[in-house]
Design a protein around this ligand. Sequence first.
Ligand SMILES: [Zn+2]
Length: 54
Amino acid sequence: MDKKFYIDYPQEKIEEGSNIYRCSICKEKSLTINGLLGNHKPSCKYRIDIEERK
Ligand SMILES: [Zn+2]
């Protein structure tokens, strides 16, 4: 896994009024993802698309 940061994934708030975001595809929290592709769920379309592009 390379160390490049990926932060252009679609995000949504976990709940209205909160300031906690998550990937809108795999629902993993942005804090957990921390910009790393490998922290998205293996089934995440965003992650799969980028991994296929390499
Ligand atoms: Zn994701």
